[in-house]
Design a binder for this molecule. Structure first.
Ligand code: MLT
Length: 273
């Protein structure tokens, strides 16, 4: 595994394997550390790139004002710097998926396929956006412990919560690394994100939507409805998983993604990184 930093965007990232490019974009408040099982499973066939978004993991937070569009542009810039420019498979989880929509809208030519996991295309409701603003103020004043504790329980299904203490510890450790300023900045970015539902019927690329049976943040029925709006999209439900199926049920998650990537729905690609 190679831990590197892109000197132009300042983003730290992990690169592993050779083959077509697969970009893994983590959720909130996480980091590339959430993808260890995917780096292992996918790097035999793909060149996997897993960046830490600004402020998470070992990437510095340089801009105080961040939007999901600016993050999509930052990732495009990052790909320009660290790859030969060939299109990528974009795989995003939750907040990573929120970034996937503006990425597809603004950088369609860089995309080979989109894998949207535990995410939604709608914007926040007023109540959710207000909750995020309050959470930003609270985290800046008191630190992230309360938010991390609440999210830890909301993000995981019962099997992980009650039977997998090591997984819960690992998830808590990853979330606890995020600084209050980063958490506040990203809460505000998510609270002000646009509704991307209107673009779904016009998406003209292979799309896989991955949902978790026990996910109460992005419920599977809502994800199924979202997938139904995307022409030809494939939908995959991970049984027993909450919001974090790549960590909770890595084997099932990896199989579902590999089945999609190795199927015949993806356009051929000659480039090898
Ligand atoms: C995530 O997993 O990225 C978060 O649950 C996204 C959110 O807070 O909406």
């Amino acid at each position: 595994m190679r831990n590197e930093t892109d000197s132009k965007t300042g983003m730290a990232y992990v690169r592993e394997g050779k083959g077509p490019l697969l970009l893994l974009v983590h959720g909130f408040p996480l980091s590339s550390a959430m993808w260890s099982a995917q780096l292992e499973a996918f790097s035999g066939k793909f060149c996997v790139l897993a960046p830490d978004l600004p402020g998470f993991g070992t990437s510095p937070l340089e801009d105080e004002e961040i939007t999901l569009e600016s993050l999509a542009d930052l990732l495009a810039n990052f790909l320009d710097n660290v790859t030969g420019g060939e299109p990528v498979i974009f795989l995003g989880l939750s907040m990573g998926g929120y970034i996937g929509w503006p990425f597809a809208q603004r950088h369609r030519d860089r995309l080979r396929a989109l894998v949207q996991c535990h995410t939604r295309a709608t914007a926040d409701t007023g109540v959710v956006a207000r909750g995020r603003r309050q959470s930003a103020i609270q985290v800046l004043a008191e630190g992230p412990q309360k938010l991390v504790g609440e999210m830890l329980n909301r993000m995981t299904g019962p099997e992980a919560r009650f039977q997998k203490p090591e997984l819960m510890e690992r998830l808590q450790a990853i979330m606890s690394e995020a600084a209050p300023a980063t958490i506040a900045t990203f809460q505000l970015a998510m609270a002000t994100r646009a509704d991307s539902t209107g673009m779904l019927p016009g998406l003209d690329l292979p799309v896989l939507v991955v949902a978790g049976e026990q996910d109460h943040i992005t419920p599977p029925d809502e994800m199924r409805e979202m997938a139904d709006l995307i022409p030809g999209a494939r939908y995959c439900l991970i049984r027993g998983a909450g919001h974090m199926s790549p960590m909770e049920r890595p084997e099932e998650f990896n199989r579902c993604v590999l089945d999609f990537l190795e199927g015949d729905s993806l356009p051929a690609q000659s480039g090898v990184s």
